[in-house]
Design a protein around this ligand. Structure first.
Ligand SMILES: Nc1ncnc2c1ncn2[C@@H]1O[C@H](COP(=O)(O)OP(=O)(O)OP(=O)(O)O)[C@@H](O)[C@H]1O
Ligand SMILES: [Mg+2]
Length: 140
């Protein structure tokens, strides 16, 4: 019988002390669902990088995970300043991180590139002063 599991985590902007909490919890749930190995690893990277981006750049957001027998679909939506030039933002090494973000070890400009790399399908869209939407599909 085919099964479907769906769950969501809210993420608050600027909540640097909580960075990683949502993605660790997501990883724990996925492990419990029997997701392992490379699929678990790629999902963990994609959710962690997305979570830190919401905390660093957006006002607030939400990570939604939908697990089926075939794949894991991750929808990450935020309200925030959005991204003016997506092509530039996707480039390795491009970052607008300020000193505070860099002091915490973020801001290498690798997050979005790594998310795309971990995805079997990846879509990003953004509206300036509205927010950003990522759709990540990882095949099981
Ligand atoms: N959710 C978002 N809302 C607004 N801007 C974003 C968002 N996510 C990324 N950006 C912009 O895209 C740039 C590149 O993001 P990316 O995650 O690749 O690198 P980074 O966050 O700067 O550094 P790293 O992820 O390596 O710590 C960011 O510096 C920021 O300007
Ligand atoms: Mg990032």
């Amino acid at each position: 019988m085919s099964q479907k599991y769906e769950f969501s985590f809210p993420v608050e902007g600027k909540s640097f002390d909580d960075a990683g909490k949502a993605s660790v919890e997501i990883k724990r749930i996925l492990k419990g669902l029997g997701i392992a190995g490379d699929v678990l690893r790629r999902t963990a990277i994609a959710t962690y990088e997305s979570e830190v981006n919401i905390i660093s750049y957006a006002w607030k957001g939400n990570i939604n995970i939908c697990v089926t027998d075939d794949n894991i679909l991750i929808n990450i939506q935020d309200s925030g300043p959005g991204i003016t030039d997506i092509e530039q933002a996707m480039r390795q090494g491009y970052s607008t991180a300020d000193d505070r973000i860099r002091e915490m070890g973020f801001g290498a400009g690798m997050g979005l590139f790594n998310i795309k790399n971990c995805s079997d399908e990846f879509e990003i869209s953004s509206k300036v002063n509205k927010g950003t939407l990522l759709k990540i599909l990882i095949n099981r």
